[in-house]
Design a binder for this molecule. Structure first.
Ligand code: AMP
Ligand code: ZN
Length: 478
């Protein structure tokens, strides 16, 4: 089945045709690292991670690049507040990003390039733009000349005239056109800077994505993504400078943008102050629940944030998890099923779930509709297990299908952690001791005590799992 995706550039769903057969090259604009990331940013990361995983499920080899903007005005300002060197502050929040990303089950990018490590590449592109007459220097700053790029506005569907009339553009004598944007900014006192042909300074925001995407993916790559606020000006400017630099070659083929996570219909954003960081949410909900919530609405529809919606997501996830567990309990029983009718029903349900899941995801990654396929399969499994709680190939197939399709969305239904555990330090320490006691009992072959500890904890909702690396524990919601 062919995969269709909505291309912001053409404003329609298009059939996906990769640049290179069997491969997908994707670039996603990552965070500006001056704080923990908030749930709105989280939506963007989770959405593109889901898109990446579905490409993988379709058999593509995906090269996924997500940058870190680790120098900019906001980082410099925040550095003053935290009394930290801005570049060190950027590094600190990169490390924090990876902690939250792990909780949300985001696959690490193939490469996570940092802006500060690609300054020479940016300078080279800016020099080329200056020598081609697409950019000019004024007093240590370098600007891109938007009216020298014929299609400026093609992504956002605006014309330069509209922009001039509509936007309150501050008059800046140094610019030739009010919409011209900075490629290079002259250094201000006490700010980080790099040497350049135009004197000491630092790059403008947009140029970093041109430099890093071209370096790691080359021109004409497949998917360029980000939140919808990036359509204009960030992506518009990326296109102008990149296609100007490439002398008209296409920069990227498919432009994908997720809608906002909102609070009271307003964009969740750091600047408005109406945000919750993922770190804060993790104290109340597990990463898995947050992820499940964020994918429960199609990525191009706005999603309103409130605790109640997260609680609902937790309940939904619990239902799927329960089906997996009930099936497992039946599969662990002695004997085998001889109920052909139920087995036929399970095989059919597994097949139909996969078909419905693929149909939904092939239609512009409709994860919300894909959920319906999972719930339908879970419901059939529950009914069948209740009627005939016995092991069968059909039940194993149904369970495997549910686990696999959940996994495509980045939801691990087998090990679902429904209630956050990682944040309670005392509990962690106590559990460490409990596991040591159990391990000693086992060494002494005191199986009764070891089993008692495991079963007693299970009664309290804490599940111990023995792995080759030792025992692990998790809190289960049911
Ligand atoms: P920032 O760190 O602000 O540059 O944002 C990182 C990414 O998150 C960008 O792709 C933004 O478009 C995206 N983003 C920011 N706020 C939201 C939001 N409320 N909902 C969805 N995506 C967002
Ligand atoms: Zn970008």
């Amino acid at each position: 089945m062919s995969l269709k995706l909505f291309n912001t550039m053409t404003r329609q769903k298009e059939e996906f045709q990769p640049r290179e057969s069997g491969k997908v090259a994707m670039y996603v604009c990552g965070p500006t690292t001056y704080n923990y990331f908030h749930a709105g940013n989280g939506r963007m990361f989770v959405v593109f991670d889901m898109i990446r995983r579905y490409f993988m499920y379709k058999g593509y080899d995906v090269r996924y690049i997500q940058n870190f903007t680790d120098v900019d005005d906001k980082i410099i300002q925040r550095g003053k507040v935290e009394e930290m060197d801005p570049l060190a502050l950027g590094q600190k929040y990169i490390e924090e990003y990876f902690k939250d990303a792990k909780e949300l089950n985001l696959l690490p990018a193939t490469i996570h390039p940092k802006a500060t490590e690609h300054i020479p590449e940016m300078i080279e592109i800016i020099q080329e733009l200056v020598s081609n007459g697409l950019a000019y220097e004024t007093d240590g700053d370098v600007y891109f000349a938007v009216d020298h790029f014929p299609n400026y506005g093609k992504l956002s569907g605006r014309t330069l005239e509209d922009m001039k009339a509509g936007a309150r553009v501050e008059v800046d004598e140094r610019k030739h056109h009010p919409m011209d944007f900075a490629l290079w900014k002259k250094a201000k006192p006490e700010e980080p800077f790099w040497e350049s042909p135009w004197g000491n300074g630092r790059p403008g925001w947009h140029i970093e994505c041109t430099a890093m995407s071209l370096k790691y993916l080359g021109s004409g790559f497949d998917v360029h993504g980000g939140g919808e606020d990036l359509v204009f000006p960030h992506h518009e400017n990326e296109i102008a400078q990149t296609e100007g630099y490439l002398k008209g070659q296409t920069f990227a083929h498919y432009w994908m943008h997720n809608a906002f996570l909102t609070i009271n219909q307003e964009k969740m954003s750091k600047s408005l102050g109406n945000f919750f960081t993922i770190r804060e949410l993790l104290a109340k909900f597990s990463g898995e629940v947050i992820r499940f919530y964020l994918l429960g609405t199609h990525y191009r529809s706005p999603l309103d944030f409130n605790d109640q919606n997260l609680v609902m997501a937790q309940k939904g996830l619990e239902r799927l998890h329960t089906s997996i567990r009930l099936a497992q309990e039946a599969l662990d029983r002695e004997g085998s099923s001889s109920n052909e009718q139920i087995e036929a029903e399970l095989f059919k349900a597994a097949k139909e779930a996969r078909e419905a899941f693929e149909k939904a995801m092939d239609d512009d990654f409709n994860s919300a509709l894909a959920y319906a396929a999972l719930f339908e399969l879970a419901k059939t499994m529950n009914g069948c297990v209740q009627e005939n709680p016995a092991p069968s190939e059909a039940l194993a197939t149904a369970q495997k299908t549910l686990l696999e399709l959940g996994g495509v969305l980045g939801i691990d239904l087998l090990h679902s952690v429904l209630v956050p555990a990682a944040n309670d330090e005392t509990l962690k320490q106590v559990m460490e001791v409990v596991l040591q006691i159990r391990s000693r009992s086992r060494q002494k072959k005191d199986w009764e005590m070891a089993d008692f500890i495991r079963d007693a904890l299970k009664d309290k909702g804490i599940v111990i799992e023995d792995t080759p690396q030792g025992a692990r524990w998790q809190i289960r919601g049911n």
